[in-house]
Unconditional design. Structure first.
Length: 264
């Protein structure tokens, strides 16, 4: 059987090094390039992912890698590492400390390990299958919120909810108790620690959402796509994370109702 605790120790050591690289460039003069999708990228993103890929290749040469900056290698392998060197690059390049490093380990396509590392504020959430999620080594738990009307909710960017996704944002805005914006991966960390109750996102990539799956599950929460399906490398990028199964079911019902209304 694969040694997940050992893999987590490897992920933690890698995150220590990645965090040091990120902070070396944080709030310093940076050349910011824009990729085809107009998202920003810096030398920090690329150098961190290069380092992580080298560490993975050395420690787990038979594993695949799915990274944001340098692509996919051996996605058909039983074990695949998913890395996002800096999640929240827009925050990073504007001096905002809520950027994170993300790592996941997939086994047969399913997330078994997840990590959210926030180097600028010294917080790290870790989750592995069968164990409770931790923040800096201490166990964390999602809230017991079961009703949308009582939920503190987050989404990173309301401007992403365009076209057929716009009604979902309006449903969330009108239905929840409190809605806040920004945060990127930090929103899922707050959810895992019980500080917010719901995260609704769209337009994400596998390296954005797969590393947070086991963090949420290990804290007692639920995370799927908007149809209630498990998240994988082929998911649509529409992500729903909830503190409780009851809240999650209510949100899925609301999203299904919106789809039915649009189809009518």
């Amino acid at each position: 059987m694969f040694d997940l605790p050992q893999a987590l120790a490897f992920a933690n050591a890698s995150a220590d090094e990645a965090g040091q690289l990120a902070l070396k460039h944080f709030r310093k003069a940076l050349s910011v390039e824009h990729k085809v999708d107009d998202s920003p990228v810096t030398i920090a993103d690329r150098s961190i992912e290069t380092m992580l890929r080298a560490r993975i290749a050395e420690a787990y040469p038979d594993h695949g890698i799915f990274g944001e900056e340098h692509g996919v290698e051996n996605l058909d392998r039983k074990h695949v590492w998913v890395v996002d060197p800096i999640d929240g690059t827009k925050s990073f390049v504007t001096g905002h400390p809520l950027f994170g490093g993300l790592m996941a380990l997939l086994e047969d396509g399913a997330p078994k390990l997840g990590q959210i590392d926030m180097p600028a504020i010294g917080e790290r959430w870790c989750g592995i299958e069968g164990q409770q999620t931790t923040l800096n080594g201490a166990p964390v738990q999602t809230s017991d919120c079961r009703e949308l009307s009582q939920a503190f909710a987050y989404t990173t960017d309301p401007m992403l909810f365009t076209g057929s996704r716009a009604p979902a944002f309006e449903m969330l805005r009108e239905g929840c108790r409190l809605l806040r914006f920004g945060g990127d991966c930090y929103n899922y960390a707050l959810l895992a620690s019980g500080h917010c109750d719901l995260v609704l996102e769209c337009g994400l990539e596998p390296y954005d959402y797969l590393p947070v799956v086991q963090v949420i599950r290990g804290a007692g929460g639920v995370i799927t796509d908007w149809n209630g399906n498990p998240l994988g490398t082929g998911s649509s990028g529409e992500v729903l994370a909830s503190a409780t199964p009851e809240l999650h079911a209510q949100m899925l019902d609301e999203l299904a109702r919106l789809r039915a209304t649009e189809a009518a």
